[in-house]
Write a new protein. Structure first.
Length: 165
């Protein structure tokens, strides 16, 4: 029997991404995203409810998110749900369900989010349109060129097959 574990959300970051590294050097970023639902109830009054999601990005995507995302920024997140279980220092068993993202698209303009010191100015590229200099050089065999190059925000051409995620 087949199964599907896929999540797609559009929301706003509730906190700046926190970039950490695993003991073997893998980058991992975690951040929160809030989604809002608005409806009109039977009495005609407008109702609103916010849902909060924990998001985790790995490897190069984690580094890109940490560099360009900030609290308040609107994003599209695509990934899968994963639940982690652990025992706290107090001996209590805990769990947390997170969205492990494999695709992030930065929405809105840079001006939509509050200014944050140390963050680069100007529009951020979409994660899938990251400038070439952010992609590591690979010694593995190259994929055949079948995608047409795209223009990045800096005007240089970026081939989709060169992006590591």
């Amino acid at each position: 029997m087949k199964s599907l574990n896929r999540v797609e959300i559009i929301g706003n970051l509730t906190r700046d991404p926190e970039l950490r590294y695993t003991p073997n050097g893998q980058p991992v970023a975690s951040f929160g995203v809030a989604t809002n639902m608005v409806w009109t109830d039977k009495s005609g009054e407008r109702q609103q409810k916010a849902e909060f999601h924990n998001v985790v990005a790995w490897r190069k995507l984690a580094e890109i998110c940490a560099e360009y995302l900030q609290k308040g920024r609107q994003v599209y997140i695509e990934g899968r749900l994963e639940t982690r279980n652990w025992e706290g220092q107090d001996g209590v068993k805990r769990n947390r369900t997170e969205i492990v993202t494999n695709n992030v698209i930065f929405l809105g303009s840079r001006g939509d989010a509050p200014a944050s010191p140390g963050k680069p100015e100007g529009p951020a590229p979409k994660a899938e349109e990251a400038p070439k200099e952010t992609a590591p050089k690979s010694t593995a065999s190259k994929k055949p060129e079948k995608s047409s190059p795209k223009k990045a925000s800096g005007g240089e051409e970026v081939n989709i097959d060169d992006i590591p995620f």
